[in-house]
Design a protein around this ligand. Structure first.
Ligand SMILES: Cc1cc2nc3c(=O)[nH]c(=O)nc-3n(C[C@H](O)[C@H](O)[C@H](O)COP(=O)(O)OP(=O)(O)OC[C@H]3O[C@@H](n4cnc5c(N)ncnc54)[C@H](O)[C@@H]3O)c2cc1C
Length: 422
C-alpha cells in the first residue's frame, strides 16, 4: 500500500472543487465527516456553464448559499425563450407560470465567482479545501480505494488517506479515463464554439436575464446568456462537420455563424467581443459505472450531456449531494463498497436518461414541441417538470408519448419548443 502510512487521514477525499466537488465536500462536512477537497486550480478560475435551472434552488438551500445570488447581482432568469431560424421569438417560457415556489426564479452566474463561492462555502462549513493540488493516483488497499496521491502547490507529492474517494474532476474524468469506463454518446456528437461580449443588447423587463436558444440550420443552436457587468455569454453548438465546413479557424466560424443568425447578429451588433473564441469538443459521454469499492464519480466526472437545457450544473450539484449522502451512509454501516452506490447510480441514470430523451427530441428534425403539446395538453406539466429539473418525478408517460409522436410526425425543419409562435 504505497506510502499510505505517512499520509493525512480523512473520512473522504473529494477530487475537484467545481460545483459537484464543492457540494459533496460541504454535505459531508455538514454530516460531521472529516473531508478534504483537492482542487487543481487556484480559484477563481474560468469555467463555461453559466445558466442555472430552477431546481438548483433546493441544493443551494441545503448548502446555505441562497443569499449570495442577490449580493453578487446575478441576472435573474425567469424564463427560456427560443428563436426560429427566421428570427421569430417564442413566447418566453416563464417558470413562475407553472411553479409556485421561490425556485421559479433562478440565475445566470459568472462561473469564476459562483464556483469560488461554493468552494469557500465548503471550507466555511468545515471541509479542508486544498487548492493547487493535483490528484495523480487513486491509492488502493487490496481491492478497495484508500486515498489519493496528489502533487501539491509548491512542489512535491503527498498522500491523503481516506475510507472513501469521490471523483468530481469534471470533463477531465480522472477515474473514468484511468479505468477505461468513459463511453461517448454516439447520438450526441456536437461541438461548441463560444465567447463573451460586453454592451450587447438585452431584452427589456422580465426577459432581461432570459436564456435564449436561437436555432441555426442543420441541427444546431446558439445560446445567449446575460451575465453581470453588461457581459453576455454567447456560443454555437452543432455538428463538427457543419461548423468546420469551410474553415477550422474558431474566430472565423463564430463570426460566420453569428452573422447568419438574424437574432444573434442583431443582439451582438451593439457589443464588443471581450474574450477569445473557445472550442469544446466531445460533447456527451457517460461512464459505464458510477463507482466501486471505496469510490464513486460525481458531476461531469460521471457524465456530460449536451447543454441545450442547461442541465450540467444542476446534475453536478445533485450528484454531489447524492454521492456525499451515500458515502455518509456507507461509513455508518460498516464501510463504503460498490453496494453503497447502487441507489445513487440508479437515480443518476434515471435523471440523465430523462434529460437525454428531451435533448434527442430537441435535435429531431421531424419533431415539434409545440405540436406535441397541442396533441397532448395533459402532458404540459410533465414537460415543465423536465425543463425545470424535476427529473426525479415519473416522466415515463411524457417520454413514451414523445417517442410515439416523434415516430409518426414528419417535418423538414428544426424542432420548435412549446409556445413557439412561428
Ligand atoms: C459549451 C458548454 C456549455 C455549457 N453550458 C451550461 C449551462 O448553460 N448551464 C449548465 O448548468 N451547465 C452548462 N454546461 C455544463 C457545466 O459546465 C458542467 O456540467 C459543470 O461545470 C459540471 O460541474 P463539475 O463540478 O462536475 O465539474 P467542473 O465544474 O468541471 O469542476 C471540476 C473541477 O475539477 C478540477 N480538477 C480536474 N482534474 C483534477 C485533478 N486531477 N486534481 C484536482 N482537481 C482536478 C478542475 O480544475 C475543476 O475545477 C456547459 C458545458 C459546456 C461544455
Amino acid at each position: 500500500m504505497n506510502g499510505m502510512d505517512t499520509g493525512e487521514r480523512y473520512d473522504c477525499i473529494v477530487i475537484g472543487g467545481g460545483p459537484a466537488g464543492a457540494t459533496a465536500g460541504t454535505v459531508l462536512a455538514q454530516h460531521g465527516r472529516r473531508v478534504a477537497v483537492l482542487e487543481r486550480e487556484a480559484f477563481p478560475r474560468y469555467h463555461i456553464g453559466e445558466s442555472l435551472m430552477p431546481y438548483t434552488w433546493f441544493t443551494f438551500e441545503r448548502l446555505g448559499v441562497l443569499d449570495w445570488f442577490e449580493q453578487a447581482a446575478c441576472p435573474k432568469k425567469y424564463s427560456v425563450q427560443f428563436v426560429s431560424t427566421t428570427g421569430k421569438v417564442s413566447q418566453p417560457f416563464y417558470f413562475f407560470e407553472t411553479i409556485e415556489h421561490p425556485c421559479s426564479t433562478t440565475w445566470q452566474v459568472l462561473r469564476s465567482d459562483f464556483d469560488r463561492m461554493l468552494l469557500d462555502n465548503a471550507r466555511a462549513k468545515g471541509a479542508d479545501v486544498r487548492q493547487g493540488t493535483v490528484a495523480r493516483e487513486l491509492l488502493m488497499d487490496g481491492e478497495r480505494a484508500a486515498g489519493v496521491r496528489a502533487d501539491v502547490a509548491g512542489g512535491g507529492s503527498r498522500t491523503f488517506r481516506a475510507d472513501a474517494v469521490i471523483d468530481a474532476t469534471g470533463r477531465d474524468t480522472f477515474l473514468a479515463s484511468k479505468l477505461g469506463w468513459k463511453r461517448r454518446d454516439p447520438d450526441l456528437t456536437k461541438i461548441s464554439i463560444f465567447t463573451y461580449y460586453r454592451g450587447a443588447k438585452r431584452d427589456p423587463g422580465l426577459d432581461e436575464g432570459a436564456t435564449t436558444v436561437a436555432y441555426i440550420p442543420e441541427k444546431g443552436w446558439f445560446w445567449y446568456i446575460p451575465l453581470p457587468d453588461d457581459v453576455v455569454s454567447v456560443g454555437v453548438v452543432a455538428e463538427a462537420d457543419y461548423l468546420y465546413r469551410d474553415t477550422r479557424d474558431p474566430e472565423a466560424i463564430f463570426a460566420r455563424e453569428a452573422a447568419d443568425c438574424i437574432w444573434i447578429a442583431d443582439h451582438l451588433s451593439t457589443g464588443t467581443r471581450i474574450e477569445p473564441v473557445r472550442v469544446t469538443g466531445e460533447f456527451s459521454y457517460r461512464a459505464e459505472a458510477i463507482g466501486g469499492n471505496g469510490f464513486c464519480l460525481a458531476g461531469d466526472a460521471f457524465s456530460f450531456l449536451d447543454p441545450v437545457f442547461s442541465t450540467g450544473v444542476f446534475m453536478a450539484l445533485k450528484s454531489g449531494e447524492m454521492a456525499a449522502d451515500a458515502v455518509h451512509r456507507g461509513l455508518d454501516t460498516g464501510g463504503v463498497t460498490a453496494e453503497t452506490f447502487v441507489d445513487y447510480e440508479r437515480d443518476m441514470r434515471w435523471a440523465l436518461d430523462q434529460f437525454r430523451q428531451l435533448v434527442l427530441s430537441f435535435y429531431n428534425q421531424t419533431f415539434s414541441f409545440r405540436d406535441f403539446i397541442r396533441a397532448h395538453p395533459n402532458l404540459h406539466p410533465r414537460l415543465v417538470d423536465a425543463l425545470v429539473g424535476n427529473v426525479f418525478a415519473d416522466l415515463g408517460p411524457l417520454f413514451e408519448a414523445l417517442r410515439e409522436f416523434s415516430a409518426r410526425t414528419s417535418r423538414p425543419e428544426l424542432a420548435q419548443p412549446a409556445g413557439t409562435r412561428t
